[in-house]
Structure formats: C-alpha cells, structure tokens
Design a protein around this ligand. Structure first.
Ligand code: SF4
Length: 224
C-alpha cells in the first residue's frame, strides 16, 4: 500500500494516507482497516520512511505547496505522530507557506474592474474583500492574473525569501502586469508562466499557485 502520492509536475503536493477507521462502513471503497490501531506507530514510521525515499527521486519537484492528510480517519493518529510526519517532510522538502484561502472577487466591484482585461493583474488583500478571511500566507495578499483564457492566482509571499531566510516578504506587481518582483531578494516571477522565477535572479521556487474558477459574478480563489 502506498502512503504518499505526488500530484503535479510543477511542484509537489503530498497526500498522506491514514488507512485506519474505528469501523468499516459497508459502502466505502477506500483502502482502510478497522481493529488494527495497534499498527499505527509502525505505519507512521513507514510513512516517514516513504517520504524520505520519494524525496530522493530526482525528477520530482522538491517544493511542497500542500500537505494533505486523508483516509480513513486521520484523527485516529496522535498529534505527535502528525508532527513527526510533518517534521520529516520539512526535513526532506522545501515547504513553502500554506494557509487556508477561499474568497471571491466581484467583477462589479470597482476595485477589480481592471482584472477583466486580459494581461492585467490585481493584488487582493483582506482590506479589499468584505469577508474576514486570510488572503494568502501572513495576510500578504494574493495576485490574480488574467491570462485571456482564464485566471491564475498566486500567494504574494516570496518563496525564495521564505525558504532561504525565513522572511515573509510580499512581492509587488512589476512595471508590466506580467511580472511580480520581490523587493527583498529581487527575484522576478513571470505570472503567465505560473509564477516561475526568471533565470537571472536568485529565486529557485515558483510562487504558490491557488485554484481559480470564473463565473458571471467574479473569480473565486481557493486552495482546499
Ligand atoms: S473512510 Fe470513512 S466511510 Fe470509509 S470506512 Fe472509514 S469512516 Fe467509513
């Protein structure tokens, strides 16, 4: 049984499968087991070993944007075991900030009128939207970019500064709306290319990407 899965070619999302349940539900197709909770410590150790082994696969990205625990019933494992798994991931991968994000901007809101034009970007912070939700890591904000064929959304936190210096620095939209620039490390990120850093700067990691969905009302941005 595999405990860990990769999801993307651009960056890595890790799914941690916790295959334990208190009892088996008849309709359930998930790979889960009841009555074997005594195996949890061994399983957690095996999960950590699998994380380490998979991290050595050269053609997989080393930047983790999302860590998801599923099952089964993940709450059956202890907080200490979850910490153990996350510590292992942090030791083997470059984990950039992850916070819950889910908000919608309205096309009828004058703050966002420009975003309906292809090739334009807009910065959204918690002061721009009515609901008091976090808008990106450390409330640095989210950049939404109109690609003409859909919208991209990026966390403004510079992944290069976060990884290398532990700093929470918000990137700014550059002279052209297609670039975002970090005022600290000077990395330039290309928004139409999924927030990939240009080769002439120090940055190694792409901006954290969020899901987007366009409707007649506006653009929803979320990550879970
Ligand atoms: S994963 Fe959920 S639905 Fe499936 S057996 Fe466990 S508790 Fe039941």
């Amino acid at each position: 049984m595999r405990g860990v899965l990769f999801y993307s070619d651009m960056f890595t999302s890790l799914y941690m499968h916790i295959p334990f349940c208190t009892s088996r539900c008849g309709y359930c197709d998930f790979n889960t087991y009841a009555g074997v909770n005594s195996l949890i410590p061994q399983y957690v150790n095996a999960l950590c070993r699998e994380v380490i082994i998979l991290s050595t696969i050269d053609n997989k990205p080393k930047t983790v944007h999302t860590i998801y625990f599923g099952g089964g019933t993940p709450s059956l494992i202890s907080f200490e075991d979850i910490q153990k798994v996350i510590s292992t991931i942090r030791n083997e991968y470059d984990v950039i900030p992850d916070v819950y994000v889910d908000f919608t901007i309205s096309f009828s809101d004058p703050q966002f009128w420009n975003i309906s034009t292809a090739g334009t970007s807009v910065i959204v912070t918690s002061s721009n939207i009515a609901s008091q939700v976090s808008v990106g890591y450390d409330n640095n904000g989210v950049i939404i970019y109109n690609t003409a064929s859909g919208y991209y959304a990026f966390d403004r936190t510079c992944p290069n500064c976060y990884k290398n210096s532990g700093l929470s620095i918000a990137v700014e939209i550059g002279d052209l709306d297609i670039y975002a620039v970090c005022p600290e490390c000077k990395t330039t990120y290309v928004l139409p290319s999924s927030g990939t850093p240009t080769a002439d700067g120090p940055g190694e990691y792409i901006l954290k990407n969020y899901h987007t969905a366009e409707s007649a009302y506006g653009v929803r941005v979320w990550n879970r």
